[in-house]
Design a protein around this ligand. Structure first.
Ligand code: NAD
Length: 468
């Protein structure tokens, strides 16, 4: 298999209206509606991802220093898995749905819900999991019978170039296309009329997208960032908790929307947890993270400096790590103990490998702080007794939650994934990806023979009609 990666090139802004028009014309031709068409596109996409796996992995290495195994697990394998799951269930999902508890007298009109494709859609991806976060929603759009444009993140240009190669070599070229670029190109895309915009990225840009979409009453799904708390009580298993939280903050060098942003930990267990975290880091990277092929890099120097400043601004105490190398955009997994909820490492989403520990005296204090910092994060991660973990679920809100783990809930194609409030709206994965791009169209059919009974609804109204 070739590792050749095409050159990343911005799409000419003047070409954008024509690309969108072609996708809209393809939708209006109705050819994307039949099951067979959708399955054919999905199968071709699957094989394009599979055939280009080596080049995708190489692209992720160039963009993010992504370890090969991570790219297989979280990009190539992840997307292939999702496509197979959708292919296996699509026929069932496309079937009309019958409403529950329908009155006998209404049954004659055959009430049902069709799953109609929304139309021509725009999918905007983020840089951190450039393949997964772009193709994941795009697969949903194809499955739903939509046509659409994919705008990958320019932050991962090699992966973006691979996405263009994959889409253009496998999918119906009028119905599906990739537009490359940054703010000017995305702004030009947002000036077009869409039937849905699916955006993954920061809350700041999410607000821009939502405002623009509101001008044309375009529905949006927003998959935004999280300031996710982990909460560790004194009843948690220190070794297990440490390994799971260290994994969740070192995958993709912490550039992961579902990673815990900070960990509220009972003072009693903190020393043990800290020791176990150090052990876990030494086990994961026996020659140190900098020497390890299993540890990624920060995406670009802008994010490197953002993270460096964040650590400089923090009043926390570094307990492990802290090494940085601008030339290679390396930031060591770094454990920091903070003492205030206004610390930069708590208030802002770090999106980097900072393992922030925040001591608390009990679970109630942890829950209060978590709710004050952000009352609608993308996820929460409680570790403790069953009752304590349930208490965290009952007394917080979040897009999702993994109990006794870091972001396991986000790894299953059968569970829908999404935020709530400031961490997003709408969801996708598995069936939800399909549902994100369909309109549930309520339909009835009134038989001719019903006319005698329906006579009651026509004027002139009189007493005899009411008695009928
Ligand atoms: P970003 O918001 O900077 O960029 C995402 C996309 O928006 C890119 O395609 C970019 O070209 C486009 N964009 C940037 N500025 C724009 C503007 N002014 N107008 C229009 N489009 C614009 O996000 P990012 O840096 O790629 O990703 C990091 C953020 O995304 C973090 O906050 C992270 O938590 C979040 N994220 C969320 C999820 C999720 O599933 N909820 C997944 C990954 C990342």
């Amino acid at each position: 298999m070739s590792k050749e990666i095409p050159q990343f090139e911005h799409t000419h802004i003047d070409a954008i209206p024509g690309i969108v028009k072609a996708a809209r014309t393809a939708f209006r031709s109705h050819r994307t509606r039949p099951l067979e068409y959708r399955l054919k596109q999905l199968r071709k996409l699957y094989w394009a991802v599979s055939d280009n796996a080596d080049a995708i992995i190489e692209a992720c290495t160039r963009d993010l220093g992504k370890p090969v195994t991570e790219s297989i697990m979280t990009e190539v394998g992840w997307v292939k898995n999702d496509i197979v799951f959708v292919i296996n269930h699509l026929e069932k999902w496309m079937k009309d749905e019958k409403p529950d508890d329908i009155q006998l007298t209404h049954k004659v009109a055959n009430p049902r819900i069709r799953k109609d494709p929304l139309g021509t859609v725009l999918v905007i991806g983020a840089f951190n999991f450039p393949i997964q976060l772009s193709l994941g929603p795009f697969v949903g759009a194809i499955a739903a019978g939509c046509t659409g444009i994919l705008k990958p993140s320019e932050g991962s240009p090699n992966a973006a170039a691979m996405l263009q190669k994959i889409v253009s070599s496998s999918l119906d070229p009028e119905a599906y296309a990739v537009v490359q670029g940054a703010v000017p190109e995305t702004s030009a895309l947002l000036n077009e009329k869409w039937d849905k915009i699916f955006y993954t990225g920061s809350p700041r840009v999410g607000t821009i997208i939502a405002k623009k979409a509101a001008e044309t009453l375009t529905p949006v799904t927003l998959e935004l960032g999280g300031r996710n708390p982990a909460i560790v009580t004194k009843h948690a298993d220190p070794r297990l908790t440490a390994r799971r939280l260290v994994w969740a903050k070192t995958l993709n060098a912490g550039q992961c929307c579902v990673s815990q942003n900070y960990t509220l930990v009972d003072k009693e267990i903190l020393p043990q947890l800290l020791e176990e975290m150090k052990i876990a880091l030494n086990e994961f990277y026996p020659r140190g993270a900098q020497e390890s092929l299993d540890y990624g890099r920060i995406v670009n120097t802008q994010h490197f400096h953002r993270l460096k400043k964040m650590l400089d601004d923090s009043n926390g105490k570094i307990l492990y790590g802290g090494t940085m190398d601008e030339a290679t955009k390396f930031i060591e997994p770094t454990i920091v103990q903070v003492e205030s909820s206004s610390d930069s490492l708590v208030v802002e989403e770090s999106f980097g490998p900072f393992i922030t520990l925040f001591p608390v005296t009990n679970l109630d204090e942890a829950i209060t702080i978590a709710n004050e910092v952000c009352d609608t994060p993308l996820a929460v991660y409680p570790f403790g007794s069953k009752a304590e973990m349930k208490k965290v679920l009952d007394e917080t809100r979040s897009g999702g939650a993994s109990l006794n783990d870091g972001f396991f809930h986000a790894c299953l194609p059968t569970l829908s994934f999404g935020g709530v409030g400031s961490s997003g709206q709408g969801a996708y994965r598995g069936k939800t990806s399909f549902e994100a791009f369909v309109h549930r169209r309520s339909v009835t059919t009134t038989p001719n023979w019903l006319e005698k009974l329906l006579d009651v609804r026509y004027p002139p109204f009189n007493q005899s009609k009411l008695r009928k």
